[in-house]
Design a binder for this molecule. Structure first.
Ligand code: 8YV
Length: 312
């Protein structure tokens, strides 16, 4: 008998096929009445596969009291109620490593786009404006300074790439790391004041909620650029909109937002922003690899083997 699992949100086609081969699937995202759907499978479901956006609430764990494992599709598992899972002895797995390169690539793409006005210039050409005159200049990247908030796996991959573009890298996090290759700056406002680009790539936790305050943005300043490839709520979005509007912050390049997929409309008309729909890991190769890790963790659990990438 295949174990029964809840698939809380849609997964890429290869992941769905692989899940289907190994488990009996209950697809929450297809249910019209989710409460009735959960009530009907309450005694059967032993695992939850969920996305980084959907996560798993304490209410979902209560609705499925036989849950033995939560497999999160994404390295960030902030949407899973970790204390609730711990209290119920439910292990959580995530999908680290396989997405590091893609997310770091996107961070650099956002940096280059904001500096060299790529999206903006593309809009300019499409609108036929080149016929009427030249596009404004961007700013050089080589020789500038990049501050990284969060020197984990992805932060380090961003730093390595940035050096190839002749950026000078320094970083901030809750504590220095003895083997870090780049200088640590203990005070975030100081780091923001020192750099031209500030790239946010830390996990969302109660400690990092609104870590990027108005003060940090103003320290980055009218020539500075904020890049966020972490989680929207790490940045105080209302303060960000205001700082961009008043010119106290120069540019923002954002892959993530506080209330996805809702993006503050005030940003739409601002030429000093680049806005992406949470694309960090969105390549066919990486999404397939992330999905395979979700499947492999679930299979390992039900085979009584050690989990591959347990985080809690
Ligand atoms: C995904 C992500 O978009 O891994 C993460 O933490 O933010 C992205 O890779 C998301 O989690 C998809 O569910």
């Amino acid at each position: 008998m295949k174990p029964e699992i809840l698939v809380a949100s849609p997964m890429p086609a290869p992941t769905m096929r692989s899940l289907d081969e190994n488990f009996i699937l209950h697809k929450l995202f297809e249910a019209k009445d989710q409460d009735a759907f959960l009530a009907a499978i309450k005694d059967k479901v032993r695992g939850i596969a969920t996305s980084g956006g959907k996560g798993a609430s304490a209410a979902l764990m209560d609705a499925l009291p036989k849950t033995e494992i939560i497999a999160n599709f994404g390295v960030g598992y902030d949407a899973v109620d970790v204390p609730a899972a711990k209290a119920r002895n439910i292990p959580i797995t995530n999908t680290p490593d396989v997405l590091t390169d893609d997310v770091a690539d996107l961070a650099l793409a956002l940096l280059l786009d904001s500096a060299r006005l790529i999206s903006r210039a593309d809009r300019f050409v499409r609108a036929g404006l080149w016929l009427k005159g030249n596009h404004p200049f961007g700013q050089a990247v080589a020789g500038k300074k990049l501050g990284i908030v969060g020197l984990g796996r992805i932060g380090a991959a961003i730093a390595t790439r940035a050096e190839a573009f002749k950026l000078q890298v320094s970083w901030h996090g809750p504590r220095p790391k003895p083997d870090a290759k780049w200088p640590y700056v203990a005070d975030l406002v100081t780091l923001a004041r020192e750099v031209d680009f500030l790239c946010v790539i830390c996990p969302l936790t109660p400690q990092t909620f609104h870590l990027i305050t108005r003060e940090v943005m103003e320290a980055l300043g009218p020539e500075g650029t904020l890049i966020n490839v972490a989680r929207g709520p790490v940045v105080d979005e209302a303060a960000l909109v205001d700082a961009l509007k008043t010119g106290k912050l120069g540019h923002a390049a954002l892959d993530v937002f506080e209330d996805e997929p809702r993006v503050p409309e005030a940003l739409f008309a601002m030429e000093n922003t680049v806005l992406l729909p949470h694309q960090g890991s969105a390549t066919t190769e990486t999404r397939t690899a992330m999905g395979q890790l979700v499947v492999d963790n679930l299979v390992a659990h039900f085979a009584g083997k050690p989990l591959l990438t347990r985080v809690a």
